[in-house]
Write a protein that binds this ligand. Structure first.
Ligand code: ATP
Ligand code: MG
Ligand code: MG
Ligand code: MG
Length: 488
């Protein structure tokens, strides 16, 4: 089944159950101080759960562009290494706002998966919240009893607060949940190991696909829970993971959501990707695969963020986007040998493939690719230099931990994101003195707070003549930044 049909069948199914289909909210949030990016389908409906305002229908379904790269839900470090966590992904969701509750939600989820998508029942596991003394929330007997009518009891697993109590952020609506996991292991592997312990990602091919949250509480700023004015349902199913299951693959990247991008990366760079079925691969091929996955993933996140109006920058959400792009550039540079901008070229493929469902990626195509190309250009220039400097730092270092001050210099002067430094160090078996880095960062913040009191007239740009190459900032004793240029 093609991914487009997977998406359509989900929406058609919930429409047939009385849901109104709405478009995805933007991936970037501008007016929510508790959240930078949309990290789940429910974020745009948060206020309705809190009892502020009324949705246009008590039953809604959609596919939501999500980004999990900061805050409570941050999957960035997994991306590329595993085959089912992305930075940007689509979350298919259905909601009840004070309307139906556990019985309908669970029964419909089961009907969709087993009767419409025809996933064999014996390949599914579900989990139920075991309860939390700390929060005074009991075991979810009601969900357990409903599941018991649909699935063998030995396929119902109890889950703890970490996995089975869903919270959008540190504050906000939350509640116990029931997750559905799909077992994609081969018959041989199943024969080797079986049983409950496999759920919750103990095995890379037993993957969580759908979370059904029963919204009953609001987490307040002081950490305590209060009952919401009404009970709601909030579900989220990972679209790319569902496509993997329905297309008979064991990696999201092997589906038609990612393959066109991967083929394009292969064409541009000359690198080769091996699908998850090929297990006997060299260390070098493995690194190449990771890099290709990172690039295919990150271009989606960056392009969709730009299309929704978030340009890369040096602060806030813009800096997060810049870091994601730089991470991709660096993986390409190191493992795919790309010394010239190339990621911007993928926007064309992306817009062809996603434009029908998300028209903004088509209308903003030129902006996305121009911005990405410029970012690639400027970061590639400093990357070369920065990597040499980092190598020198490593060479002159004693022990297995790199001084936070040195890492800060790279960050501050060469725009080297700290997670990039940490990544390179970990690849070399070294550690980063994170506390030392944070200390420097804090000092810099204090300095720039002081500097911001200085009038704009204190900013000087020293330009010699001809074409200039930007080489960095100098910080003078009175904390004014001077941009220096060197002739090229
Ligand atoms: P996981 O345990 O795999 O990290 P999660 O429990 O954090 O997932 P939820 O917050 O329950 O995820 O989100 C609902 C669904 O969204 C998940 O069941 C999964 O299918 C999908 N999902 C979550 N995070 C990602 C991601 N980073 N990339 C792709 N799909 C994701
Ligand atoms: Mg997660
Ligand atoms: Mg989970
Ligand atoms: Mg979950």
């Amino acid at each position: 089944m093609k991914s487009q049909d997977v998406r359509k069948q989900f929406l058609d199914f919930f429409e047939s159950k009385g849901h109104t289909i709405v478009p995805s909210a933007p991936i970037v949030l501008k007016d929510d101080p508790t959240l930078m990016f949309n990290n789940s389908g429910m974020a745009q409906f948060k206020e309705f759960f809190l009892g502020n305002g009324t949705p246009k229908s008590p039953r809604i379904a959609d596919t939501q562009k999500c980004l999990r790269v900061s805050g409570k839900h941050n999957d960035l470090e997994e991306v590329g290494i595993d085959t089912y966590h992305h930075t940007m992904f689509e979350m298919l969701g259905n909601w009840s706002f004070g309307d139906y509750f556990k019985k309908e939600a669970i029964n419909w989820a089961w009907e969709l998966l087993t009767e419409v998508y025809k996933i064999p029942k014996e390949n599914l596991y579900v989990s139920v919240f075991e309860g939390s003394k700390e929060d005074n929330v009991p075991f979810d007997q009601e969900a357990w009893d409903i599941w018991k009518t649909l699935i063998d009891e030995d396929r119902i697993i109890l889950g703890n607060k970490k996995d089975n109590f869903w919270e959008m952020g540190d504050q906000g609506p939350c509640g116990p949940c029931s997750e559905i996991h799909v077992d994609l292991r081969s018959a041989e592997e199943k024969a080797l190991v079986s049983g409950k312990s496999l759920v919750n990602n103990d095995h890379p091919q037993v993957v969580e696909i759908w979370n059904n949250v029963f919204m009953e509480f609001n987490r307040k700023a002081d950490g305590s829970l209060e009952k919401l004015p009404a009970q709601h349902v909030d579900t989220g199913m990972g679209f790319e993971r569902l496509c993997m299951a329905l297309q008979g693959k064991t990696s999201n990247y092997d589906t038609d959501v990612f393959m066109p991008l991967i083929r394009e990366i292969e064409t541009i760079t000359g690198a080769k990707y091996t699908t998850n079925e090929v297990t006997d691969i060299s260390e070098e091929q493995n690194k190449m695969n990771i890099a290709i996955r990172v690039v295919a993933d990150h271009v989606r996140a960056v392009a969709f963020a730009i299309a929704d109006g978030q340009l890369p920058s040096n602060t806030g959400a813009g800096y997060v986007i810049r870091r994601i792009l730089r991470r991709a550039i660096r993986y390409g540079f190191t493992f795919l040998g790309t010394k010239e901008p190339f990621i911007f070229k993928l926007v064309e493929t992306l817009s062809e493939q996603m434009g029908d469902s998300f028209p903004e990626i088509r209308t903003q195509k030129a902006l996305c690719s121009n911005v990405i190309r410029e970012e690639e250009n400027s970061f590639l220039r400093t990357l070369d230099q920065g990597l040499v400097l980092l190598d020198a730092v490593i060479l002159n270092n004693n022990g297995d931990t790199i001084d936070g001050k040195k890492a800060f210099e790279l960050y501050d002067t060469y725009g080297f994101p700290i997670d990039l430094t940490a990544l390179i160090l970990s690849e070399k078996g070294l550690k980063l003195d994170e506390a030392g880095f944070q200390e420097q960062l804090q000092l810099q913040k204090e300095r720039s707070r002081a500097a911001s009191k200085v009038t704009a007239g204190d900013w000087n740009v020293i330009v010699e003549d001809d074409i200039q190459e930007f080489i960095g900032y100098d910080r003078l004793s009175h904390q004014v930044k001077i941009t220096k240029y060197r002739r090229v």
